[in-house]
Design a protein around this ligand. Structure first.
Ligand SMILES: Cc1cc2nc3c(=O)[nH]c(=O)nc-3n(C[C@H](O)[C@H](O)[C@H](O)COP(=O)(O)OP(=O)(O)OC[C@H]3O[C@@H](n4cnc5c(N)ncnc54)[C@H](O)[C@@H]3O)c2cc1C
Length: 400
């Protein structure tokens, strides 16, 4: 089965063979697209800190980034299993799905909690590729990982909210039309629970004008991320998702999707390092033998592979639960943890295998090494996954 440059739909999944066939076709198609964006394309993007517009545009035009949009809104109506394949393959090819991954996980907020009018307003444009929902604004400098401490405030004034405050590390804002925003609508000390009083909005970035100031943050990777300053930004009431004050719950309910998608990117990264290391260790001859003949070189690569397969097994289990709409919090969190650790382990193995050439830009290892590091701390630092498992899975005492 071939997707012929366009993503298959849910009907293809059920009519033209099993899910496995569709995923295999999807994997092959993404691999094919990625051959047009080889290592030197990503290197150039990285060196000039440019947004990979041509790559994102091709994925958008093929409908891949609208993977989760239901067919009634013009999307292919696929599931998390197919979304995971897309992101994993991009990273396995040496690309960086972080340039466009958010459209998949921000989608959940709108799909699960948006009104029929809101879905009708935004989803067909996203499915058609004319509208980008790539930005997701939660983090604030003074709150850090304690999201309930955010202070950006949306004050209701008649038929609008007026937003004031600041966000940090908000990615892809300069390449998105819409942004999901989490803001307080009741101050923390005036709510009964600390998670109350938070609300979610869809901000139309094209209309924000001077009320939203964007200051790019330079980081060690090519990741368009920004500080945002809101000064009386007006957001129409009809852009609020769900009920006022329930935003924390809405955002949290979409976190499993985010964990699974980023785990898939990390698995792609791990495979990239393992593939490259295996090839290099087989070809590079020192002391009259391929370096991979030495167990000191071979075993770390084998270990990285084993750890990656373990991460995949937990990710696949979590994805399957997610697609069956079963609870999957522990599995989704554990797969993000295992996958990011496996990728980071494999990244270090690749650096060792390539010796000095690991540091040379043209081999592409050092770039991916830097990129793979992100997922140990974002979108949630791995410490919080340990804490989640300790408290909610094992029943250990709450630590914060
Ligand atoms: C490149 C990049 C892109 C990003 N994009 C976005 C985006 O698009 N939207 C968005 O909303 N956010 C984004 N973020 C923010 C990211 O989600 C946060 O950086 C991350 O959640 C960690 O928050 P923090 O940096 O404030 O760390 P902090 O909360 O300050 O934590 C610092 C360290 O202390 C540890 N720590 C803190 N408290 C505890 C505790 N109680 N127990 C154990 N350890 C603890 C953490 O594990 C962490 O290692 C991005 C970040 C980066 C770097």
């Amino acid at each position: 089965m071939s997707c012929r440059g366009r993503i298959p739909t849910r009907a293809d999944v059920s009519e033209q063979g099993g899910d496995t066939d569709v995923r295999a076709a999807l994997r092959a198609e993404i691999r094919n697209i990625c051959t047009r964006y080889p290592s030197h394309y990503w290197q150039e993007m990285d060196r000039t800190r440019a947004y990979p517009e041509a790559f994102v545009e091709e994925l958008t035009a093929g409908g891949y980034l609208a993977c989760l949009v239901p067919e009634e809104y013009g999307g292919p109506g696929l599931g998390m299993a197919e979304a995971a394949v897309i992101l994993e393959e991009i990273n396995r090819s040496g690309g960086n799905a972080a340039a466009c991954h958010a459209q998949m996980y921000t989608m959940g907020t709108l799909l699960r909690h948006g009104s029929p009018e809101q879905k009708q307003r935004w989803l067909p444009g996203i499915a058609a590729g004319t509208l980008r929902l790539q930005a997701f604004a939660v983090t604030e400098p003074d709150a850090g990982s304690d999201t309930t401490r955010i202070t950006t405030f949306a004050e209701r004034r008649g038929d609008r909210y007026v937003v004031n405050g600041q966000k940090g590390f908000i990615s892809r804002v300069q390449h998105s039309d819409l942004m999901i925003l989490l803001a307080r609508t009741t101050r923390r000390d005036e709510t009964e629970t600390k998670i109350g009083g938070l609300s979610v909005f869809v901000v139309d970035l094209r209309e924000a004008g001077e009320a939203l100031r964007v200051r790019p943050v330079e980081t060690m990777i090519n990741h368009e991320t920004n500080e945002l300053f809101f000064e009386d930004l007006e957001v129409p009431v009809e852009n609020r998702i769900g009920e006022e004050g329930q935003g924390f719950r809405y955002i949290m309910s979409c976190m499993n999707a985010e964990r699974l998608l980023l785990a898939s990117e990390s698995i792609g990264d791990a495979h990239f390092f393992i593939d490259r290391s295996t090839r290099y260790a087989s070809e590079r001859v020192v002391f009259d033998r391929p370096i991979g003949q030495n167990q000191g070189v071979q075993f770390p690569i084998a270990r990285a592979y084993i750890q990656t397969r373990a991460a995949m097994a937990v990710r696949d289990e979590a994805v399957s639960l997610y697609d069956q709409q079963e609870p999957c919090g522990p599995e989704a969190n554990m797969s993000k943890f295992l996958a990011s650790e496996a990728a980071w382990g494999a990244a270090n193995v690749a650096m060792d295998t390539f010796g000095g050439y690991g540091m040379a830009e043209e081999f592409g290892i050092e770039r991916k090494f830097r990129e793979a590091r992100l997922y140990l701390v974002a979108p949630v630092a791995n410490n919080f996954i340990l804490s989640f498992v300790g408290q909610h899975v094992l029943g250990l005492p709450r630590s914060f």
